[in-house]
Design a protein around this ligand. Sequence first.
Ligand code: IPM
Ligand code: SF4
Length: 472
Amino acid sequence: MRNPKTIIEKIWEKHVVHHEEGKPDLLYIDLHLVHEVTSPQAFEGLRINNRKVRRPDLTFATMDHNVPTIHRNVIKDEVSKTQMETLKTNCDEFGVPLADIHHPDQGIVHVIGPELGLTQPGKTIVCGDSHTSTHGAFGALAFGIGTSEVEHVLATQTIWQAKPKTLNVKVNGKLGTGVTAKDLILAIIGKFGVKFGTGYVIEYTGEAVRNLSMEGRMTVCNMSIEAGARAGLISPDDTTVEFLRGRRHVPDGEAFEQLAEEWKALATDEGAIYDEVVEINAEEIEPQVTWGTNPGMCIPVSATVPTPEDGKNAIETDEIKRALEYMGLQGGEPISSVSIEHVFIGSCTNSRLADLRKASEIVKGQKVNPGVRAIVVPGSHSVKAQAETEGIDQIFKEAGFEWRDAGCSMCLAMNDDVVPEGERCASTSNRNFEGRQGTGARTHLVSPEMAAAAAIKGHFVDVRHLSVATPS
Ligand SMILES: CC(C)[C@H](C(=O)O)[C@@H](O)C(=O)O
Ligand code: SF4
């Protein structure tokens, strides 16, 4: 091959509408996803300027951040209510398809895109939401944008973007039994830090990445933003093609086979050069638990919480001290000795059917620890319905979990699902920032399996050594 290219370069080149040396490129956008929080001012801008949505057919909206997960019609918070009503009015007026709160397609925007087959390899995908990187799992160039950019894309179907640098995160070897995609991405961020991706689009490669399911790949790409990256993606392969086969927005028959070949040809060419490469060995990764207030503050479940003395310099020492204080930890205690009061299984990181299935395997026949309140919030209406068909809801309910309707929920506590001040939550979401799940709430990020095990035991446990038969 003459000029081997990364998938990032290939997608970029296909979408440049206007290029001027030394300036950002104007990129064509294939799919614009919209939710209630970051769109109101954008639509208002169109109205003021008397503009239309240029391609309503390439735009898709849903309600996810604010939606109640019990009593769908009772929206107590006025801001939430207004945002949802405004989205409905805007979509009606501008002709944008909307999966509203009662629609069977409703769900977290990053769960329904792939589910409906709207997310496809090679597409440029944007949304006024940082975790748009999730869609990169399909070999799409997908990134979050701000509200003024949402308006620009609505009006023009294009966006100004500086060409990003490329970073290859190569994951060698195989993940061990009981070690998940969530543990992999936490370990990556733990090793390289929350800023290592700044200015880059990451491509995840290597044996462990190839072996991941599409759900696992979405979990990894979802958290690219927590590494500071613009986006994260994985070159498409047969796993990608099979996930998309038969989905609503992909063609069928011969047209699909042809498209599948085009998709696979997008994969990074042998010998393509990245601006930067980092490597990690999958075999060394254990199930992870975050102990602090950013996703990089994570340790293997067998480890002890760091102390300020572990800081490599004054800044780090200070960061550890502050995080320990917020989290109500001493430092030096085994993370497995830390007890929790809440468990949240949900969010665009880990609320897909595969996540719920795996968590339910741990929960089956067990009881939620009496000191724990545990909730499961499926990522979409469709995930919920499928889980119910499989009896997964029953497993959770019999164990004492609450089984909710789809939405972002306790991931960021914009609805009623809040962790009270000073209380601790094992959460399958992607952010453990101060106040993320409620003022003063303490979040520990884990995989769905680890969250399920913590719900049963009341503290963190290594799922690999979990003896579910002997409750402790
Ligand atoms: C509300 C939205 C803008 C925000 C984001 O961009 O990520 C939210 O989804 C989050 O996860 O914090
Ligand atoms: S589930 Fe959480 S991370 Fe994902 S879009 Fe909603 S609020 Fe953001």
